[in-house]
Design a protein around this ligand. Structure first.
Ligand code: ADP
Length: 411
């Protein structure tokens, strides 16, 4: 409230007091300007027009020259009607309203209350705007961060793809190397076996026991090497197989494998129970060594004192992320193994059982894993020492043929 007369200020304050406003009083234009520039914020200025030195209009002009004060409305209180020209002058300097003396208390309270309400609403809007600006800013920075992360992911994905390509090429090279190395080892091995056979056939009578033992050890080592070469060759040939899958009757393939295993099945008097298996899209050339290795392991790692039982069954899993799987279970009642090795046994050359008791190369299950992965499937094992083992092979029920150009391995 700006008025050069204290009694005027007092009477205005008395009228407005019941409405609970907070008043700041100035007795001159200059003092008002000073207060306005130092105090916080005002909802409204009530200003007398007729004041010595700086009148109300001049004060208003000075007030509105300040950017931070421009939004405060002014109600001029005056005893005169200055006529249209002067009222316009008031509006020009930003004034919003006039109240004429003698003051009508009801009108003053009503006008003040309108401006105060307006101020409150404006204040609320301002706060909301500030909040929105802050939210916008944080959204903007989030979007920026996301964009940066997306870029990073793109780059990482690209690097990953490049690494996958490199790894695939390195794997191919390794397979080729394994193939060549094992293939070239066959010839000298054949010679070792042929000549040691000749030695044992031709000179058996003149060899003493020690020489025979040595010869026997050479022959055993050569046989073992033959097995290793055979398994490495089979392993290295898998990637060269075309990724073309045909709908096949798994029962026929399994029967073929059991025919091949007839001798050990008979020898061990094993019982093989097969529940009907489904037709699946697979590569039959790869399915045979897969079934062969798992079933022959069940025979090999059977308990000596118990009739080996091998149960082969299957089921279908529920659709998981758009894919349905067929699981084939190979359950035996053999010697089993510690479950903690259930992943390691699928690595190359890992063997859990003594070589002198159970012959093998440690390649069979690695080969199985590679075959299953060629079909985009999974292989796992459940076992406990002395309690038998179950190998579970899962194939997706729908396999899309992926015909990829493969460089042929020289034979
Ligand atoms: P291996 O030529 O030694 O049989 P595999 O890769 O076929 O090589 O198997 C790896 C190891 O896993 C085996 O040496 C054996 O210790 C264990 N194993 C595989 N199948 C069975 C099974 N049915 N029962 C118990 N142990 C098994």
């Amino acid at each position: 409230m700006v008025d050069d007369r204290e009694d005027n200020l007092f009477s205005i304050e008395t009228i407005l007091e019941p409405d609970g406003y907070h008043f700041v009083k100035a007795t001159s234009g200059r003092q008002a300007l000073k207060i306005l520039l130092t105090e916080f914020d005002f909802a409204l200025i009530l200003m007398d027009v007729k004041m010595p030195n700086l009148n109300g209009f001049e004060t208003a002009t000075l007030i509105y020259e300040r950017e931070k004060l421009r939004h405060i409305p002014i109600i001029f209180i005056t005893a005169h009607n200055y006529g249209d020209e002067n009222i316009f002058k008031g509006y020009q300097s930003g004034a919003v309203d006039y109240i004429y003396k003698p003051i009508n208390p009801g009108l003053l309270r009503a006008k003040v209350s309108v401006f105060v309400e307006l101020y409150k609403k404006n204040h609320k809007l301002l706060l909301q705007e500030q909040k929105l600006i802050a939210i916008n800013k944080s959204l903007e920075s989030e979007i920026n961060e996301r964009k940066i992360s997306e870029e990073k992911i793109k780059i990482l994905n690209l690097q990953l793809l490049q690494h996958v390509d490199k790894l695939e090429a390195a794997n191919k090279d390794l397979d080729r190397f394994a193939f060549m190395a094992s293939h070239d080892l066959q010839e000298p091995l054949r010679k070792i076996r042929t000549f040691s056979d000749r030695l044992s056939g031709k000179y058996e009578e003149i060899f003493d026991d020690e020489a025979k033992r040595y010869l026997n050890r050479i022959q055993n080592a050569a046989n073992r090497m033959q097995m290793l070469i055979h398994d490495i060759l089979t392993f290295s040939k898998i990637s060269a197989e075309k990724k073309e899958f045909v709908k096949s009757d798994l029962n026929i393939i399994l029967q073929d494998v059991l025919n091949d295993l007839e001798a050990p099945v008979k020898e061990k008097q094993a019982k093989v129970m097969i529940e009907k298996l489904p037709d699946l899209y697979i590569n039959p050339n790869l399915m045979r060594p897969l079934f062969y290795n798992i079933v022959s392991n069940s025979l090999k790692y059977s308990k000596k004192e118990e009739t080996p039982l091998i149960k082969i069954s299957s089921d279908f899993t529920d659709e998981n992320a758009g894919s349905k799987y067929c699981r084939i279970f190979f359950e035996d009642n053999g010697i089993g193994f510690d479950q903690k090795y259930s992943e390691q046994i699928f690595d190359m050359f890992i063997r859990l059982h003594n070589h002198s008791e159970y012959e093998g190369t440690g390649i069979g299950l690695a080969l199985c894993k590679k075959i299953v992965e060629e079909h985009n499937g999974y292989i796992s094992a459940k076992s406990a020492i002395g309690k038998g083992s179950t190998f579970i092979v899962s194939f997706p029920t729908e396999i899309k043929n992926i015909s990829r150009e493969k460089s042929p391995i020289p034979v």
